[in-house]
Ligand binder design. Structure first.
Ligand code: SAM
Ligand code: SF4
Length: 327
C-alpha cells in the first residue's frame, strides 16, 4: 500500500472498541463518550477478514490492537489467535492501560500476542486517580509485571506528561522502567482529546522532557536505526537501558510514517489526523470480495497527505477523538 509520497504502509493499527474503563483527562471527558452503536462495530469475523486481507494481499507485517481499551473486547483472544495463524505470520502487539492484564497476560501470549505497550503516566496513586479518574494504579502495575512474566517483551511503557499534574515525574518514571527492564517512551500530548481542550502552551515538549532527564542521566543517541518508528531513542548512561520520546507535535515524523488504521466500525484512516475515512464495513456487508476490499484500502492509502499539519495555520482537529480512532 504505497502513497503518492512513496511511503509504504506495513503497520496496521486496529481499534477493537471505543469504550474504556479509564477516563484519562487528556483523552476523554469524565462521563465518557457516546459509544459506537454495537451494530456499527465490526464483528469478530469481520475484523478477522479485514486483518487477513491486510496481511495476505496488502503487505501488512505488523499489527497493533488498540482502542479505547482493547482488552474490553470479548473476542480479543480469538482475534489474536486468528491473526497469529496467518501466513506470513504478522508481528502482533497491543496498546493497553493494563487493567485486568494480570489474569490475561499468559492467555494472550499463548494466543500469539508478541509484545505489549502499557500506558502509565504516574507512579503516585493520588495522581493516577486524578489523571485517569479511576483509582487503579495497583492493577496497572500488576498487569505490567504479568506481561513481563508472560514474555510479552520488550514491555514498553507510554507516558504522557501533563503540565501541573505529573510533569515532575520524567525521572522517577524512567528509573522505575530501567529497574524493571521496561522501555519507556514519552509521548507529546496531541490535539486528539474528545473535549478539544488541547493547548499548545500547556503541552510538555520533547525538549522539556529531555532537559529534565539530562539533569539526572547521560543521554546519547541510540545507535540502532529508527526506521519508521515514531520514537527518537537515547541510551541512558551508556546503555543498555534506553528512553524514547515521541515528539509528534514538535518533531513530526510523517515523512517516514508506515501506518494504516482501521477503526472499530470498519473505517480506514490513512492518518491519525485525517479528515476523511474510507468505509470498508459497508463494502464488506454489501458482499464485496477480497479483491474489491483490498483495492478500496489501497486507494485510501494512496490519498494520504504529506503530514498532519498540526503546526500550520488552519489546522483542524479530526472529528473522531483518539479513543475512537485507535491510538
Ligand atoms: N486504552 C489504551 C491505552 O491507554 O493504552 C489504548 C488506547 S489509548 C488512546 C493509546 C495511547 O494514546 C495511550 O498511550 C494514551 O496515553 C495516548 N493518548 C491518548 N490521548 C492522547 C493525546 N491527546 N495525546 C497524546 N497521546 C494520547
Ligand atoms: Fe482509555 Fe487509553 Fe483514553 Fe486513557 S488513553 S481514557 S486508557 S483510551
Amino acid at each position: 500500500m504505497i502513497d503518492r509520497f512513496g511511503r509504504v504502509a506495513t503497520d496496521l493499527r486496529v481499534s477493537l472498541t471505543d469504550r474504556c474503563n479509564l477516563r484519562c483527562t487528556y483523552c476523554m471527558p469524565a462521563d465518557g463518550l457516546e459509544w459506537m452503536p454495537r451494530a456499527d462495530m465490526l464483528t469478530d469475523d469481520e475484523v478477522g477478514r479485514l486483518v487477513r486481507i491486510a496481511v495476505e494481499r496488502l503487505g501488512v507485517t505488523n499489527i497493533r490492537f488498540t482502542g479505547g481499551e482493547p482488552t474490553l473486547r470479548k473476542g480479543f483472544t480469538e482475534i489474536i489467535a486468528r491473526a497469529a495463524a496467518l501466513a506470513p505470520r504478522p508481528r502482533l502487539s497491543m496498546t493497553t492501560n493494563a487493567i485486568g492484564l494480570e489474569s490475561r497476560a499468559d492467555g494472550l501470549a499463548a494466543a500469539g500476542l508478541d509484545r505489549i505497550n502499557v500506558s502509565l503516566d504516574t507512579l503516585r496513586p493520588d495522581r493516577f486517580a486524578a489523571l485517569t479518574r479511576r483509582d487503579r494504579l495497583p492493577d496497572v502495575l500488576a498487569g505490567l509485571a504479568a506481561a513481563q512474566a508472560a514474555g510479552l517483551t520488550p514491555v514498553k511503557v507510554n507516558s504522557v506528561l501533563v503540565r501541573g499534574q505529573n510533569d515532575d515525574e520524567a525521572v522517577p518514571l524512567l528509573r522505575f522502567c530501567l529497574d524493571r527492564g521496561y522501555r519507556l517512551r514519552f509521548i507529546e500530548q496531541m490535539p486528539l482529546d474528545a473535549q478539544h481542550g488541547w493547548n499548545r502552551a500547556e503541552m510538555i515538549t520533547a525538549a522539556e522532557i529531555l532537559a529534565a532527564l539530562r539533569a539526572e542521566f547521560d543521554l546519547t543517541p541510540s545507535p540502532s536505526p529508527r526506521g519508521a518508528a515514531p520514537a527518537e531513542r537515547w541510551l541512558v548512561d551508556g546503555g543498555p537501558g534506553e528512553v524514547g520520546v515521541i515528539a509528534s507535535v514538535t518533531r513530526p515524523f510523517c515523512g517516514d510514517c508506515d501506518r494504516t488504521r482501521l477503526t472499530a466500525d470498519g473505517q480506514v484512516r490513512n492518518c491519525l489526523f485525517s479528515q476523511t475515512e474510507t468505509d470498508l464495513r459497508g463494502l464488506l456487508r454489501a458482499g464485496a470480495d477480497d479483491d474489491e476490499i483490498a483495492e478500496r484500502w489501497r486507494v485510501a492509502m494512496w490519498g494520504k497527505l504529506a503530514g498532519h499539519a498540526i503546526n500550520e495555520a488552519g489546522f483542524a482537529q479530526p472529528l473522531r477523538p483518539m479513543s475512537a480512532i485507535g491510538g
